[in-house]
Design a protein around this ligand. Structure first.
Ligand SMILES: Nc1ncnc2c1ncn2[C@@H]1O[C@H](COP(=O)(O)OP(=O)(O)OP(=O)(O)O)[C@@H](O)[C@H]1O
Length: 362
């Protein structure tokens, strides 16, 4: 039996723009698989090709070569009315919300229903449903200028959902919002994903966004997908330096590196001690492990930095700790951690048989 194809597939997609009779390749052999119900994050720096990629998914941008297939439809084969119908199945929200300033909240959502075939009362009923869904019923007659950023994005989400799309594409949807509003919009998107079963593809340059709600992630750089997979697998064992760099933006462990470099009091060791960086690489690790090693091997564990987070209901991240104890106990502890699928990297070592070393990076 053949495996069912993914809901969204990008197959060897390339996209070039022509400038001064020169072709600039913005997407290079991009292959992506998004399953139905995924919240798929695509993360990359500015200019990496994220917006172009998302525009290729909804058929706004034509491909130079390759194929985009969404719910069994080959997007580049669609024309005229078919393409317009397809676009109504794909909702999109943007960083700057893209609301019409001269229309009320009601009027902005109504715009999306122009071609819906609904009667006037049906449209009104649908708009009221949407306003309830995004929890801004009281703003029905307000103009965009009278709304906060979070409220504007809720209107944009209502508009994007008006025609019951199967997919919601989010282009830096929270980049213009403060951290608290970002959290509430992300939580809201996750609720929508669970309540409506809608597939979400979000492009972002912020690691926090991916960690907060995505179950899958792809890292893009200069038009190339460097790695992709489920969030835990990619983040617990990053293969690419760029993935590690993004991870460091939301981790405080790298600060320890700087403390070691300047030999700050916090990281000065007595003879026999080590500083170890523990990284959880399997989903089965529990935080109780620390007290367990302490009891089992009579080592003192002094945690100096930690960035353990719950991502997709799993513990992700690690911690940096000073271990003190008998040399044999420390060796046994390191071996035991390895057995328990915890990567243990000694980043400073003051055991007598070891020269004190400092790690290049934490
Ligand atoms: N219509 C166009 N014509 C020529 N070059 C373009 C066009 N659209 C995008 N580009 C170029 O393609 C590259 C990728 O742009 P894109 O907007 O997709 O990146 P991005 O990762 O979304 O960046 P940002 O987050 O800054 O929007 C950039 O170098 C950009 O200048």
């Amino acid at each position: 039996m053949s495996e069912e194809a993914s809901f969204i597939q990008l197959k060897q997609v390339t996209k070039s723009f022509h400038k001064d009779s020169r072709a600039i390749e913005v997407l290079k052999d991009v292959n992506l698989e998004v399953d139905q119900g995924d919240i798929f994050g695509i993360i990359g720096y500015s200019g990496a090709g994220k917006s172009t990629l998302i525009r290729c998914i909804n058929g706004i941008e034509s491909l130079t070569s390759g194929e985009v297939i969404l719910d069994k439809q080959v997007v580049s084969n669609l024309r005229g009315e078919e393409l317009r119908r397809f676009r109504r199945q794909v909702g999109m929200i943007f960083q700057q919300f893209n609301l019409m300033p001269s229309r009320t909240v009601f009027g902005n959502i109504a715009l999306a229903l122009r071609k819906s075939g609904l009667s006037k009362p049906q449209k009104e009923q649908r708009i009221m449903e949407l306003l309830k869904l995004v929890d801004i019923e009281d703003k029905r007659d307000a103009y965009p200028s009278q709304l906060s950023g979070g409220q504007k994005q809720r209107v944009a989400i209502a508009r994007a959902l008006a025609n019951h799309p199967k997919v919601l594409l989010c282009d830096e949807a929270t980049s213009a919002l403060d951290p608290q509003t970002t959290k509430s919009i992300l939580r809201f998107l996750k609720d929508l994903n669970q309540k409506l079963g809608i597939t979400i593809v979000m492009i972002t340059h912020e690691m926090g966004v991916v960690k907060e709600i995505c179950n899958k992630v792809a890292i893009i750089d200069q038009g190339v997908i460097l790695e992709q997979g489920d969030v835990f697998t990619v983040f617990s064992n990053p293969r690419e330096p760029l993935t590690r760099t993004f991870l460091e933006t939301t981790s405080n462990l790298s600060k320890v590196n700087e403390l070691i470099r300047i030999n700050a009091p916090l990281v000065q060791l007595n003879e026999g001690q080590i500083i170890v960086k523990l990284t959880y690489t399997k989903t089965t690790v529990s935080e109780a492990l620390i007290s367990e090693i302490s009891r089992r091997f009579y080592v003192d564990v002094n945690i100096i930095a930690s960035d353990i987070e719950i991502v997709n209901d799993m513990l992700l991240g690690g911690l940096v700790a000073i271990l003190s104890g008998e040399p044999a106990s420390i060796e046994q502890t390191l071996g035991y951690l390895q057995e328990k699928n915890v990567s243990a990297e000694v980043i400073k070592d003051a055991r007598s048989s070891h020269q004190e070393i400092s790690a290049e990076c934490v």
